[in-house]
Design a protein around this ligand. Structure first.
Ligand code: ADP
Ligand code: ADP
Length: 228
């Protein structure tokens, strides 16, 4: 597992006047589980984009396992983490082909087990996924992406609202398996709701590109009774 640190990170999208991130500092210890919550537009996805080097910081520094992200190749970050973004693009082919992209040498048994953990056992490995997954619901696509991330087995999890289209009960089951599997890993999970985040080591609340509060679930509830 590796640590993730941000020091006074600032980022503004081109042609925008308002900073999407404005002086964000955080420290995620190796093996810790962190959720980032906050209203729409508060900068959560931007933070993830900077971690994935989809965007570059204007000022401040991000370090992965102590190394400035400027010295880490974008491909290495993607290769060495289990990534689920809000929009997931699937290739034409079967469910098996889509999930087996996680890594080489996966058996059908392992694939079926992963589908089961994200409650997709109604799908069969030989089912065809139409182009862009048109025959799957939004929630099914997300769960397929999570199954793939679970099978990848890297030690860093970067998850941007992976269950936004999944019902809360199914989300709980998925979180349970995620926690079980990521027990020694560093995990960053963006969510627009606090529900299900009770076990996180740290929940960071963002508003307007800044961190306005951080604490455990119980601390946030006690301080402000947050409800997202
Ligand atoms: P969140 O993920 O919390 O909903 P975002 O990180 O997507 O928030 O957005 C933060 C701010 O950056 C918002 O004001 C949003 O409108 C703006 N923003 C996001 N993506 C872009 C983009 N591609 N171009 C310009 N502005 C953007
Ligand atoms: P969105 O979630 O906005 O639909 P994608 O998830 O397709 O976008 O990707 C967002 C950005 O990340 C794009 O610029 C894309 O080129 C880049 N990207 C996606 N997958 C990878 C990857 N495996 N390696 C490197 N960059 C990637």
């Amino acid at each position: 597992a590796l640590s993730v640190e941000m020091d006074d990170v600032t980022f503004c999208f081109e042609e925008e006047t308002r900073r999407a991130l404005d002086g964000v500092s955080l420290r995620l210890e190796a093996g810790s589980k962190t959720a980032i919550v906050g209203p729409s537009g508060s900068g959560k996805s931007t933070l993830m984009q900077l971690l994935l080097k989809i965007q570059r910081t204007d000022a401040g520094e991000i370090r992965l396992a102590g190394t400035p992200i400027s010295q880490v190749a974008q491909e290495d970050i993607w290769t060495n983490s289990n990534v689920v973004l809000q929009e997931n693009h699937f290739f034409y082919g079967t469910i098996r082909e889509n999930v087996a992209l996680a890594r080489d040498g996966l058996s059908d048994e392992e694939l079926i087990d992963a589908l089961d953990k994200v409650q997709l056992s109604h799908l069969s490995l030989d089912d065809e996924v139409l182009e862009k997954g048109e025959n799957l619901s939004g929630g099914e696509k997300q769960r397929l992406a999570i199954a793939r991330a679970m099978l990848k087995g890297e030690r860093l999890w970067l998850l941007d609202e992976p269950t936004s289209s999944v019902d809360v009960l199914t989300e709980r089951t998925i979180y349970h398996h995620l926690f079980e599997q990521a027990v020694d890993d560093t995990l960053v999970l963006i969510s627009h709701r606090l529900t299900g985040l009770e076990k996180m080591d740290q929940i960071i609340v963002m508003e307007n590109g800044t961190i306005v509060e951080a604490g455990t679930f119980d601390e946030l509830m006690a301080n402000r009774g947050y409800f997202y």
